[in-house]
Design a protein around this ligand. Structure first.
Ligand code: PMP
Length: 326
């Protein structure tokens, strides 16, 4: 089911049930499908965890009614949490490293949340530390902490994954997804492996990120432009479980940028750099299946396009690679 045909009472109820679209560049007999998460009300995959984490935390008494949610976030999670917090009667405060897109910060502000910036050089680690300091200063504040909260993975296990399996009648050969917190990939992987333990699971990171080291791949740490995925310090992530992952694909900024431009020009998908990277990796996996180099239970590869390019226009996402990456 990918439509919302009946009237609903709150924007929260429009989260999920996003479309799954076959990519026209699928190689040979292998089909690649992309889940279009920009169809969520906050226009990203993170609306799912915003609603799921806050509802569960309120139910369990881990978050007091009328309390404050404080989260270190690159942006999309802030928007998802801001929508859920507002609708569930909570206050929201976000700590965002400066390098992230201004559009996202304006949206969090429009939704009634407070945005606090930390220096780019302090990375996500700096934002995490600041969020905990702020929470300690208030009595009713909670940090959901998407990088270590199992509810993040569970949101995808309970919603994203079953939607995909329902749409494809359970015929999923491989799941491929970018890893920021890795909540998306871990939720999909757990569901997929319970369904059929020979399903191929592939993570995607930018070149310069070092998740691959968790699978003992060689990685050279460096800077990258792709937003929303990757890490320089996998120890700050408690969700990524290497046992569930068969491969980690490192995608260059250039390849992701070329692909997001192609997806717009040829397939009508207005998606951002993490989707470009996911699409490149999904194509690599599909090609290996098509060439008989990788055995999967079905000839299908599923990936996730986490958000929309509109959120990055001011960063020159559709300009030349040189302009975008400078
Ligand atoms: N792409 C974008 C644009 C994101 O904001 C995120 C979340 N950081 C991801 C991909 C990765 O999702 P996850 O955190 O579930 O790994």
């Amino acid at each position: 089911m990918t439509t919302h045909e009946r009237p609903v009472d709150s924007v929260l109820e429009t989260i999920g049930r996003t479309p799954l679209v076959r990519l026209q560049e699928s190689p040979g007999d292998v089909q690649i499908y992309a889940k279009l998460e920009s169809f969520n009300p906050g226009a990203s995959v993170k609306d799912r965890i915003g609603r799921y984490m806050l509802e569960r935390m309120l139910e369990r008494g881990d978050l007091p009614a009328g309390g404050t949610v404080i989260e270190p976030t690159a942006g999309n999670t802030g928007i998802g949490l801001a929508i859920a917090a507002q609708q569930l009667g909570l206050d929201a405060m976000f700590v965002v490293p400066e390098r992230f897109s201004v559009e996202k910060q304006q949206l969090m502000d429009a939704l009634g949340a407070e945005v606090i910036n930390t220096p780019t050089d302090d990375g996500m680690g700096g934002a995490i530390d600041r969020a905990h300091e702020l929470a300690a200063e208030l009595d009713d504040a909670v940090v959901p902490q998407q990088f270590s909260n199992p509810l993040n993975t569970e949101a995808h296990y309970e919603t994203t994954a079953p939607e995909i399996y329902e749409a494809l009648d359970g015929e999923v050969g491989a799941v491929v997804a970018g890893c920021g917190t890795a909540g998306t990939l871990m939720g999909l992987a757990r569901y997929a492996l319970e369904h059929d333990d020979s399903t191929h699971v592939a993570a995607v990171e930018p070149e310069g990120s070092v998740y691959g080291e968790l699978l003992e791949d060689d990685r050279e740490e460096g800077e990258y432009k792709i937003e929303g995925i990757g890490t320089h310090d996998p120890s700050t992530n408690e969700l990524f479980d290497p046992e569930l992952v068969d491969a980690v694909h490192a995608i260059s900024d250039r390849a992701a940028h070329e692909e997001l431009a192609r997806l717009a020009r040829e397939e009508g998908h207005l998606v951002a750099s993490s989707a470009g990277a996911a699409s490149v990796a999904a194509e690599r996996v599909a090609r290996r299946i098509d060439e008989g180099d990788l055995e999967t239970p079905h000839n299908t590869v599923v990936t996730v396009f986490p958000d929309s390019s509109e959120r990055y226009l001011s960063k020159g996402i559709y300009r030349s690679f040189e302009e975008w990456s400078s």
